[in-house]
Ligand binder design. Sequence first.
Ligand SMILES: N[C@@H](CCC(=O)N[C@@H](CS)C(=O)NCC(=O)O)C(=O)O
Length: 251
Amino acid sequence: MEDTRWARNFAEIFPVLKQSMSKRLLYELVDRNGRSFSPFVWSARALLRYKGLPYETVPLTLTQIHKTIPIVTPTNKLVPVLVDGENTVFDSFQIALYLEKYDKSIFPDKNIEAVQSWCTVVRGIMLQFLRAVNQIHMYEKVADEDKEYFLNEKVNKQVGGLEQGRRNYEDAKRKLHANFALLEKALKENRKEGSNEFETYFFGKLSFADIAVGGLLHWCVSAVGEQEAFGDNEFLRRWFANLKSTVNLNE
Ligand SMILES: N[C@@H](CCC(=O)N[C@@H](CS)C(=O)NCC(=O)O)C(=O)O
């Protein structure tokens, strides 16, 4: 009698269990106000939205990331992590590769190596300029529990401490805007004939290289606000707005 009831209950519960196990989860980093600012998470989110794949987010502070992520993915410490049913993938580029099995490829002409090289180069160059500007602001925005870690691991190591970072800030901003001007030039050179001015992508078509740059711009806007991020670079402001609407990520 007991056994039958247990089996019946299990049969009722099983679809619920299965549904929760097959949920798509995106682990992400948030600031003290619950806002997602990570460039790499933005790229993963953009992919999910572009491909129209439903998902839920697991918002974590840095302190929570350090406790949670090694349990979700024992060989990894960082976000984004995507749990897609029984598959767990980390690193934004790996997530892009994994999501290729769904509609809307993000690697034009299946040219994975070329897109990867561009991502590595562009991210590598832009990150150093962005850090010098963003980290000072992000220190104010991260959760209280994250501040000490953020100061030691990001501000001190990446911008030489708060004082030095603040002293160099205006110069860093000038260099970042010069870097943005080069980005504008590179994008315009790759414009495909017939495309409108803001539909201009590194490979002539939308690729993960654009989505990686979009993530970096999102990080900058989150840190310093849109006005300060773009300054008078109207092209990049509009390019980013166009990218967000293309990937359905207007927040
Ligand atoms: N190459 C990785 C980088 C991921 C990464 O650096 N994630 C940061 C957030 S932006 C993180 O998790 N940081 C945790 C920490 O610094 O302790 C990717 O593309 O996903």
